[in-house]
Design a binder for this molecule. Sequence first.
Ligand code: HEC
Length: 110
Amino acid sequence: MRSRTAIAVAVAALAAPAMAGAGPARAEGDKALGEYLSSECVTCHQITGHYEGIPPIVGWPDATFIAIMDEYRSKKRSNPIMQTIAGRLSAAEVASLAAYFGSLPHQQAK
Ligand code: HEC
């Protein structure tokens, strides 16, 4: 019984990232989808907009954000981590991330 539950939880956890790409929200620039997808990004990028070894990505115009992600996708920008991350995202997902991160303010504390 117990182990069955554990397996079900593990399977659900594994399935979640795959479902992100196939979710219902295909609309361009869906902020809610962007917020959902951002959980991965903010393990490295500070949501406050502070620079802590990794550049901040909040508060940019959508077009700027999308252009930069495209540069990683096309490998014009050379960072392998971001190439991999950007390469996994659809254009609609990048637009959604742009809408979400673009809506966040730089927090001036510190
Ligand atoms: C494993 C850590 C890590 C994760 C996760 C990560 N990034 Fe990055 N990101 C970096 C690093 C390091 C750089 C700087 C790379 C460089 O110098 O080109 C960067 C750069 C960027 C830049 C360009 C910043 C600038 O000022 O030029 C953008 C935009 C960006 N990331 C967006 C994202 C998004 C969106 C996600 C989530 C889908 C994400 N990143 C997830 C580490 C990460």
